[in-house]
Design a protein around this ligand. Sequence first.
Ligand code: FES
Length: 125
Amino acid sequence: MPTIHFRTSGRSVDFDEGDDVNMLRAALRHEAGVPFKCASGNCGTDRVLVESGAEHLSAPRKRERELLGPELIAAGYRLACQTYVEGDCIVSWDPEQQPLISERAADALTKKWLSGDAEPGRGDD
Ligand code: FES
């Protein structure tokens, strides 16, 4: 059974072989503590460092590439809300990390998400 290990919080989430799970959704459902704001690839608050298992993740999407930039992508960072996992991986993050956009704009995105207008999932590429 594949496992996402959220190293910073010490949580592990198992899922069925053959499943393709959204990393942020798994973190939220299992209270893994990944910080987030928009859940839609617009704020960068949920960036995680992939310590192992990058080969089991979906390819970086357009929003990730634009928000993180080539240096963070090359260093192994991903946006949990934009990343789908199909095998074992280990990720970590700075528990104090802030959005890559202004706090005000990120808070507006959070309100939008909580209103039901957005959710973690597949979007444009
Ligand atoms: S939570 Fe905002 S980019 Fe993922």
